[in-house]
Ligand binder design. Structure first.
Ligand code: SAM
Length: 244
């Protein structure tokens, strides 16, 4: 096994497996499987098709990219994490430039992370500039507390997950009073696609559809203050600051 080169990030480096250079797992092999392992190809085919966002959700891939870049910029030179990063469909490009702070991308699905690693390599990122890739469950991340100045969660909070536990975990990771969560979540806004959200929820693809106010309430957990909220189509783009 490759020796760990990033022990400063982990709560207990003994619980971390190095899978390949720069790729770690906080999960045991027996708990490795995840729902998105088998959905990865179809996810990329559908969600990677730009008109999908405009037609179905009234937003755009470009908007995700812009929001993600603002999350990365907010970290300055401090540690930054993208949680539920999937295959980095909208964010691989922004990791091209080396940063001084640690950059970590994490997801529950190894298949999504394999695609993320490929995408980083194909964007010709210099190896030293590449983010650390962590296979872990966002409900309980094997990371130290109060380390991150900015956390990005793109399109995670509307899939079937334990939202409250993941938001609590974000609160634990962020630097008190300074840290910010940048999160998107589909919400009901009276568009025709509200019905699509309910159908996808019944099919097990989405969590319980929320209104904007319910989503904001969920995102602050017991630690946050809403700094900004924009709604485009059915998508909310929310910045939550750690209240300390
Ligand atoms: C809708 S995809 C979004 C992926 C990526 N952020 C994007 O915008 O393309 C949801 C992602 O969340 C991941 N995920 C689901 N449950 C998770 C959990 N409990 N912890 C971490 N990641 C999770 C899935 O594996 C999947 O990659």
């Amino acid at each position: 096994m490759e020796p760990l080169t990033t022990p400063h990030l982990f709560r207990d480096a003994r619980q971390i497996r190095a899978l390949s250079p720069g790729v770690y797992s906080g999960l045991r092999e027996s708990e490795s499987a995840a729902a998105y392992d088998r959905k990865a190809a179809i996810y990329e085919a559908v969600v990677g098709w730009p008109p999908y966002h405009r037609i179905v959700w009234g937003t755009s891939a470009a908007r995700y990219g812009e929001f993600a870049r603002s999350a990365l910029a907010a970290a300055g030179g401090d540690p930054f994490a993208e949680i539920g990063c999937g295959s980095l469909l909208f964010t691989a490009e922004m990791y091209r430039k080396a940063r001084t702070g640690t950059t970590l991308v994490s997801d529950r699905s190894l298949e999504m992370l394999r695609r993320a690693a490929k995408r980083l390599a194909s964007h010709a990122h210099d190896r030293p500039a590449r983010p650390i890739i962590l296979h872990a469950d966002a409900v309980s991340l094997p990371l130290l507390s109060s380390m991150f100045s900015s956390v990005l969660m793109l399109n995670l909070l509307h899939v079937p997950i334990d939202r409250a536990a993941i938001i609590a975990e974000c609160g634990r990771l962020l630097i008190p009073r300074e840290g910010r969560l940048f999160a998107t979540c589909l919400v009901k806004t009276g568009r025709w696609s509200d019905a699509a959200m309910h159908v996808l929820h019944r099919a097990g693809e989405l969590g319980v559809p929320l209104t904007r106010d319910e989503a904001l309430d969920m995102m602050i957990g017991d630690w946050g203050l809403i700094e900004s909220c924009e709604v485009e189509g059915n998508m909310t783009f929310v910045v939550v600051r750690h209240a300390g």
